[in-house]
Design a protein around this ligand. Structure first.
Ligand code: SF4
Length: 284
C-alpha cells in the first residue's frame, strides 16, 4: 500500500494507531499521542497489552507441551523467515503464537470490529513479511515514514505539550519488550526451565551460532528468545535515530517505561480477562 493510501485510510475511517514502544526513541511521549490525533487517528494505543497476552499464551503453551525439547520465540518475522529458510529442521520448535502486533490488533478488533488498525513500526519486515498474513492489520507505517508524514502535514512535536493519554488497554511492564530479552524477562517462563536453559540473543550471527551449538549438542538450550536486530527491536532499521547507540536507545526505553505511571494508565490497563477468549495460535 502506498503512503498516500495509508493517509486516506486514516482520514476516512475510525483509525487506530498502534504504537510499538520503540516510538519513544524518535518521538516525545506523550506529545506523539496528540500528533497522531492531529493526523486523523481517532484512537492511539500501544501494543503492550498484546505483549502481555503473548506472554500468557507462551506460558500456557509451554505448560501444555512438557515433553517438547526446544521452544523458539516468534515475535520477529525476520527470525521466523531465517529459521524456515536456513534451518528448516528447527521450524517445528517455533512457538505457534502470534506476535504482540497481531495479538493487540485481534484484541482491539474484538471491542471495535469496524476500526482500522495501523501499526507504527520500527522495521520493514513487519509490513512485508508478517502483516500480509494477518487481516487484523490494515496497514503498517514505519517510523521513518511517520516522521516524513508529520513534516509534510506541519505537525510539530512542540505544539503538543499537553496531557495526552493512550485510549485503551495498556500494559506498562511489557514496554521493555523491544529490548533484547524483554520477552524472557516479562513472561513467567523461567519457572519451566533450569538455569542456563534459556538463551537470549540478537543478531543473525549470534542466532546462527546458537542453532549450530544446539545441532552439535554442545549446548542444551530449551528456550531461545531471539530478535534479528542488534539489541532487539530498538536496533530496528526504520528508526530515525540511527545515530543513537544501542545503550542510549535502551536508556530511552527504560525512562519511558518509568514515565508511564498509574495516572496515565488509569482505567485503561488491560487485564487477561479482556482477551483470554481470543485465539492467539498461529502457524509457521
Ligand atoms: S528485531 Fe528487528 S526485524 Fe525483528 S521485529 Fe524487531 S525491528 Fe523488526
Amino acid at each position: 500500500m502506498e503512503l498516500q493510501q495509508k493517509i486516506e485510510l486514516i482520514k476516512n475511517n475510525t483509525a487506530v494507531a498502534m504504537l510499538a514502544p520503540t516510538f519513544a526513541i524518535d518521538f516525545k511521549y506523550p506529545n506523539i499521542i496528540g500528533m497522531l490525533r492531529a493526523l486523523g487517528f481517532e484512537e492511539v494505543t500501544e501494543l503492550t497489552f498484546g505483549a502481555k497476552m503473548v506472554n500468557w499464551a507462551y506460558e500456557n503453551y509451554i505448560k501444555d507441551n512438557p515433553s517438547q525439547e526446544l521452544f523458539i520465540s516468534t515475535p520477529c518475522p525476520t527470525v521466523v523467515a531465517f529459521i524456515k529458510n536456513q534451518y528448516p529442521e528447527f521450524t517445528k520448535y517455533l512457538m505457534p503464537i502470534v506476535s504482540p502486533m497481531v495479538a493487540m490488533a485481534k484484541i482491539y478488533k474484538k471491542f471495535n470490529p469496524n476500526c482500522k488498525i495501523i501499526f507504527i513500526s520500527p522495521c520493514f519486515a513487519k509490513e512485508t513479511l508478517e502483516a500480509p498474513k494477518h487481516e487484523e492489520i490494515d496497514a503498517v507505517i514505519n517510523l521513518k515514514d511517520l516522521k516524513q508524514i508529520f513534516e509534510k502535514n506541519g505537525i510539530k512535536e512542540e505544539n503538543f505539550n499537553g496531557n495526552y493519554y493512550f485510549d485503551s488497554l495498556i500494559s506498562e511492564y511489557t514496554k521493555i519488550y523491544p529490548i533484547s530479552g524483554g520477552l524472557a524477562a516479562t513472561s513467567h517462563i523461567q519457572k519451566f526451565f533450569k538455569e542456563g536453559e534459556i538463551l537470549v540473543t540478537d543478531g543473525i550471527e549470534n542466532i546462527k551460532k546458537a542453532l549450530e551449538e544446539i545441532k552439535s549438542g554442545s549446548k542444551l538450550y530449551k528456550f531461545l528468545d531471539l530478535l534479528n536486530c542488534n539489541g532487539g527491536c530498538i536496533g530496528g532499521p526504520a528508526i530515525n535515530h540511527q545515530d543513537f547507540s544501542i545503550d542510549e536507545r535502551k536508556k530511552i526505553i527504560f525512562e519511558y517505561t518509568h514515565r508511564s505511571s498509574e495516572d496515565t494508565m488509569g482505567s485503561h490497563r488491560g487485564k487477561i480477562e479482556d482477551a483470554q477468549d481470543i485465539n492467539l495460535i498461529t502457524e509457521f
